[in-house]
Design a protein. Sequence first.
Length: 69
Amino acid sequence: MDEFFENTGSVMFIMIFSIPIVGIIAHYWHEIHKTRSNNELKQSMLDRGMSAEEIERVLNAGSKSNDEQ
């Protein structure tokens, strides 16, 4: 194992390929987490008896429409 880390070329090779892989995994983990949170919010609104129009209005409340830009 010590011989492996003495060779800086192999350490550089591992770093070059591991950093983008970690970034890709983090990106997709974030997307999955965001989707789950959004789905839980929608389900809780449905459980409270909100209609689809009310849910859509609440979810779009923070975003700007094309007319306002």
